[in-house]
Design a protein around this ligand. Structure first.
Ligand code: SF4
Ligand code: SF4
Length: 735
């Protein structure tokens, strides 16, 4: 070993020892913080599916590849990071000897080829990512950036390190070529040979370049070890676990969508008949009351801002960004952790658990952080502003886009649950809706005996459950479908089409109450459970003696569709629920409904969040519309944001019942997008979308240019033009 190699070896060993020691300390700290969360035993089920999903999502980059070039670039960088770790290992042999290399595989042409190809593609990939980050930097003139609020130096630092490590790999190989110590043929390693042609015949260069490469890699490790909240780096290790432990590993996409998690205390679902707010946790009031998976979510965020770029609240000037919400919770959790790890924390009656002696060693900043209310205004020192919490429509765009499967909606609703159930703190205008739900069983407060008024004037009898028992489908009308004028037209259209197709169906009539969706999404789990239990009982009675496949329900409201199909199972109600567009698509495809009159003037379709993103029903409504438009039409004109990336109407998450006081109205934004297609008909599949978009059209005084109408009404006009409501008929705004 020459004198250069002695120096490079000592330097490499020293910096590696420091980096590894700091990294181990950081990992232990991170594990300790994540373990502060509440139990989540359901995350350990079905390990086989979890492993498969984790491998498929990671290796296939299933989310990221939807982002085209950036997804592909990230894939090469990820593969480069894994494979080229071998080259960092190899550098430890090269600091000792300029002829050093990996034992066993070092010297194999295939190893030389694979690492060369990945290094080249990784270099291209990281240059693409750096260019994208620079071009989308928050400080660029004009436009909003998905990186707004991200810690930019961390992103630049990580990317610069990756680039430097890749470049140093070529420099090391180049010196080996120049000194004739390189074992790989030109065909396998052409770039290394090209670099070698530019470098001098200098043996010490190999060891010095290897030492620099190790120094850069270890500096990276030291920096991230000293910054445990540096998700842009740590996600490389944490993302595997976060994906493995996601809520529903069997769902191909949107694992944190569809049903909400039940309210739990100590990892067990809360039973409201026995629950006691002094003993049981009601929602989340302190950051440590999230489950450990919640804390893992916050730690894993890469700050990429894909969620933010899709969020309807953020895009219309509201203070909510799902990314910033996650980052605030992460930073708070880690800043509060020393207090919690010292034994601190409030019990459920608000009493401090730790003794003064336990907390004596903590600094004033940690104690101040521990004192912050989780929900509170800036003046109150809150971690999350109430306007942030209540701006969410639970549309799920953030969950859909997040490449590391963070479950934003569950966290937001958990915080709402505490605010509503314990603090009674929520936008006051929603109080009327909750009172109506409790007292009248519907959000409008309409008399229950008017639930069947929509049947009046139909040319056929609508049978009720109990009057007939050979029905195939129970038609769940929903509160909007029963009480809201515009939605009643959809209800009548669906009933007419089912009758026309000879489908045997029956309604519950006055036996139906609200599904409970608005109560659950605003956070009032108590009212949800009350309504849901009543409905489950009624439905179980209606389907008595039938097995699950024949307990069929058709619903026109995606919120009811989601709640009945995905959430009533949590309360013992197992049903086969379809959305009316799915049933209508089936009836058309099997020839039981035949569109005869093409719908002209151009049609576009707005995907309801709870039908599309939350339940993956994208094709059926398009098939129905395609059949109604007919071969002679222009086909469906898609809006720029459609299907998985559809933009919310603004009504979900009980936002329908709250005033939209901040920023641009979400429904206006969506209507402008719909109108930009030039289509005369905007088809919807949800009564709330219908109300919101109609309000948007009316607000723009564009009622003459464009009509918002349900898919069922579009089909009815084509199948039975005589029975369909007038094309330009309008109804008063609801809500
Ligand atoms: S659910 Fe929708 S509104 Fe709520 S944070 Fe996510 S993207 Fe924004
Ligand atoms: S929550 Fe997910 S999508 Fe949003 S910034 Fe973090 S990693 Fe990206």
């Amino acid at each position: 070993m020459g004198s250069v190699q002695i120096v490079t070896t000592i330097l490499a060993a020293a910096i590696t020892a420091v980096a590894v020691w700091l990294a181990v300390r950081a990992v232990l700290k991170m594990v300790a913080v994540i373990r502060l969360g509440q139990p989540a035993p359901e995350r350990f089920t079905d390990k086989g599916t979890r492993t498969k999903t984790m491998l498929v999502e990671t290796a296939g980059h299933t989310r990221m590849l939807k982002w085209g070039v950036v997804g592909a670039a990230h894939w090469f960088v990820m593969v480069g990071f894994i494979v080229l770790s071998l080259l960092v290992l190899e550098a430890y042999f090269e600091v000792v000897s300029p002829t050093g290399g990996l034992p066993l595989i070092g010297g194999l042409a295939v190893y030389g080829l694979v690492t060369e190809v990945i290094a080249v593609l990784g270099t291209v990939g990281i240059l693409v990512l750096i260019t994208i980050r620079v071009r989308h930097r928050p400080t660029r003139p004009g436009g909003r950036s998905r990186f707004t609020g991200s810690t930019m130096w961390q992103g630049y630092f990580v990317e610069a390190v990756v680039l430097a490590v890749l470049v140093m790999g070529f420099v090391i190989r180049g010196f080996k070529v120049a000194t004739d110590h390189f074992e790989y043929p030109v065909w396998a390693t052409p770039v290394s040979h090209a670099v070698g042609a530019l470098l001098p015949d200098w043996e010490a260069g190999v060891s010095i370049a290897a030492a620099i490469k190790i120094a850069i890699s270890m500096t990276w490790l030291i920096v991230i070890a000293l910054n445990v909240t540096m998700g842009v780096a740590w996600h490389r290790f944490l993302a595997f676990f976060n994906i493995f432990f996601k809520r529903e590993p069997a769902r191909p996409a949107g694992s944190g969508l569809g049903p909400l998690r039940p309210m739990t205390s100590q990892g067990k679902p809360l039973d409201f008949e026995e629950a006691d707010p002094e003993k049981d946790q009601f929602g989340v009031a302190q950051v440590e009351q999230f489950t450990w998976k919640g804390l893992l979510d916050f730690s894993t965020c890469t700050e990429c801002g894909r969620c933010q770029s899709q969020c309807p609240a953020w895009n219309t000037g509201k203070p909510l960004s799902p990314k910033l919400l996650v980052l605030s919770l992460r930073d708070h959790a880690y800043a509060k952790a020393p207090y919690l790890l010292a034994g601190g924390g409030k019990d459920l009656t608000g009493e401090e658990k730790a003794t003064q002696a336990q907390l004596a060693h903590l600094d004033v900043l940690t104690l101040a952080e521990a004192d912050k209310p989780l929900i509170g205004t800036a003046e109150e020192g809150g971690v999350i502003d109430p306007d942030v919490l209540w701006s969410c429509t639970t549309c799920g765009a953030c969950v859909e886009q997040c490449p590391v499967d963070i479950e934003h909606v569950d966290h937001i609703v958990d915080m709402r649950r505490y605010q509503v159930l314990i603090e009674s703190s929520f936008p006051s205008e929603a109080g009327v809706m909750l009172r109506n739900l409790e007292n009248k069983g519907n959000p409008w407060g309409a008399p229950q005996n008017t639930r069947e008024d929509w049947t009046k004037g139909l040319s056929f009898e609508v049978p009720r459950v109990g009057e007939v028992d050979d029905f195939e489908y129970l038609f769940w009308v929903g509160c909007a479908g029963a009480f809201e004028d515009r939605a009643k037209k959809t209800t009548r259209a669906v009933a007419t089409l089912l009758h026309e197709a000879g489908v045997k169906f029956a309604i519950l009539g006055e036996g139906e109450t609200c599904s409970g969706d608005p109560a659950r999404r605003i956070g009032n789990e108590f009212v949800f459970q009350m309504l849901a239990q009543q409905n489950v009982e009624t439905l179980n009675e209606a389907f008595e003696g039938r097995d699950k496949p024949s307990r069929k329900i058709v619903a026109t409201c995606p919120h009811c569709f989601n709640t009945l199909g995905n959430e009533y199972g949590q309360l013992g109600g197992e049903f086969e629920v379809v959305h009316h567009t799915q049933l209508l698509a089936h009836l058309v495809s099997t020839g039981r409904l035949t569109p005869v009159q093409p719908v002209d003037g151009g049609v576009t379709y707005h995907d309801p969040c709870y039908l599309g993103r939350h339940n993956r029903v994208f094709a059926a409504p398009r098939e129905v519309l395609g059949s109604a438009i007919g071969a002679g039409g222009d086909g469906l004109i898609e809006m720029p944001r459609n299907s998985e990336r559809s933009f919310c109407c603004g009504a979900g998450g009980a936002r329908m019942w709250m005033e939209e006081k901040i920023g641009k109205r979400i429904n206006v934004d969506r209507v402008e997008e719909a109108m930009s297609t030039g289509a005369r008909t905007v088809a919807v599949g949800c009564p709330f979308c219908s109300t919101m978009l109609n309000d948007g059209v009316n607000g723009k005084d564009a009622g003459e240019q464009v009509e918002v109408v349900d898919v069922a009404s579009v089909l009815l006009r084509s199948v039975r033009p005589d029975a369909a409501p007038g094309a330009r008929e309008t109804a008063p705004a609801a809500g």
